[in-house]
Design a protein around this ligand. Structure first.
Ligand code: AMP
Length: 128
């Protein structure tokens, strides 16, 4: 399979490793939104959350806490934004959780658009 993250896992493409255990690897994103932008990926190839079991997803959540605590100690951060694209907006089709360290006045905005006028309409659809 021609998957860039599988190639990182097999050692064919280098990465700046942050954390590794039996089921996941975390490494620095090559085009970071902020300093320390990190990706956590499962060692097994999964496309997105729909194709992963809850145990693995929970484990990735635990690892995100470990890395957040590590960066709180080592970097001058004021928070951590977690982003994870499934399908639309997902450039690499191997599950990855983005951990984006936040710095005072880092100027990073993930969402500009607000669609409050559609709340009633979408709520009707979801609950029908
Ligand atoms: P997404 O758009 O959510 O699929 O994000 C894919 C992310 O993978 C982007 O932030 C890329 O910068 C990152 N990326 C792609 N190739 C590499 C690589 N070889 N090493 C580290 N990060 C990568």
């Amino acid at each position: 399979m021609d998957c860039i993250f599988c190639k990182i896992l097999s050692g064919n493409i280098p990465c700046k490793k942050i954390y590794e255990d039996e089921s996941v690897l975390a490494f620095l994103d090559i085009t970071p939104h902020t300093a320390g932008h990190t990706l956590i990926i499962p060692k097994e190839h999964h496309t997105d959350i729909l194709d992963m079991d809850s145990e693995l997803l929970c484990h990735i959540g635990e690892v995100s806490k470990i890395i957040f605590n590590m960066y709180k100690e080592k970097l001058d951060i004021v928070g951590m934004t977690l982003v994870q694209n499934n399908g639309y907006g997902q450039e690499v089709k191997h599950y990855h959780l983005h951990l984006v360290p936040r710095y005072k006045k880092d100027g990073l905005f993930f969402c500009h658009k607000k669609v409050t006028e559609e709340i009633d309409e979408v709520y009707k659809k979801i609950t029908a």
